[in-house]
Design a protein around this ligand. Structure first.
Ligand SMILES: [Zn+2]
Length: 300
């Protein structure tokens, strides 16, 4: 039997300090594993895996907080570890811009990097063209701690999500047109049509409030115990992840693709087919095992 190597296998090898270039000759790589190795070659660097203890990627041994000294914060902000997180945010910005989920200088991204502090995108910059040096460090009250550019004006809702939902390690906000269409219409996307959406996303709608105000953040924060993707009425979408910033972006992609598909299905002449309640229970079991919240757990 052939040896099949998945992305997860490679990530585990990196975490354990093994050389991913030293694979059995007959190993078959899954597509995502192949992409991972290709990316390594292109970057010519050590692999970076969230949670890896690889050189340059380890989180600070002493967790930072908003009361850490200026020099401790600066050391962190200029560390290879923080640089890697900044690169991740720039990469997510490029993806959001490339998929037309952001427009002008819209959209923003944040990563929790300590107790009451977060790394975030700057204001007045296209998310498709950010550089690591554009990013900002803020405390959970929204005060800017470091960074030469001014932090996004929409940071408060990201921070209020992180305060309310301790599992939220990263947040992404953007204005993807199909999902935002549902948000403008005030319609929660119907459920039970596509498994990915059922498993990875738990959607709710927050009422419209002026962007950048604490009241908008409050309206969103009260939903994040049971939902990881919030449609913001007449505005856009914000998602959070318990894994990493890429996963928060995945939630956005899954929602946007779902809203587009639902719209297409609704334009076809017959009523769309749905997944049965028993089939939904199977999906909810998977969802629970992944640590993703859902208000339907335990309901008959
Ligand atoms: Zn916005």
């Amino acid at each position: 039997m052939k040896n099949i190597i998945s992305l997860r296998d490679l990530e585990n090898m990196v975490r354990n300090g093994q050389d991913v270039h030293n694979l059995p000759a007959d190993a078959i790589l899954t597509p995502s594993a192949r992409d991972f190795l290709l990316e390594l070659e292109m970057r010519g660097t050590k692999p970076s895996v969230p949670g890896s203890s690889g050189a340059g990627m380890s989180a600070p041994s002493k967790p930072l907080n908003s009361k850490s000294s200026k020099s401790e914060l600066e050391t962190f902000f200029n560390s290879p570890y923080c640089h890697e997180l900044k690169l991740q945010i720039c990469d997510i910005g490029r993806r959001l811009w490339g998929r037309a989920y952001v427009d002008g200088n819209g959209g923003n991204v944040a990563i929790r990097v300590g107790d009451g502090i977060a790394l975030c995108t700057p204001t007045l910059v296209s998310k498709g063209f950010m550089k690591p040096e554009d990013l900002c460090l803020v405390d959970f009250e929204g005060n800017q701690l470091l960074g030469t550019k001014k932090r996004t004006s929409e940071i408060l809702m990201h921070l209020q999500i992180m305060k309310q939902q301790p599992k939220a390690v990263a947040t992404v906000h953007c204005h993807p047109p199909y999902s935002t269409g549902f948000a403008v219409a005030g319609i929660e996307p119907p459920t039970c049509m596509i498994p990915e959406f059922e498993v990875f996303a738990s959607v709710a709608i927050a009422p419209y409030r002026t962007p950048g105000t604490p009241e908008l953040g409050r309206q969103i924060a009260r939903l994040v115990d049971k939902h990881n993707v919030i449609l913001m009425a007449n505005h856009g979408v914000v998602s959070w992840s318990h894994n990493n910033v890429e996963d928060a972006c995945f939630k956005m992609e899954i929602l946007e693709s779902y809203c587009r598909t639902v719209l297409i299905a609704s334009q076809l002449s017959r009523t769309p087919n749905t997944i049965s309640p028993a089939q939904l229970q199977d999906l909810l079991k998977i969802k629970k095992s992944l640590g993703i919240p859902d208000p339907r757990y335990g309901l008959k």
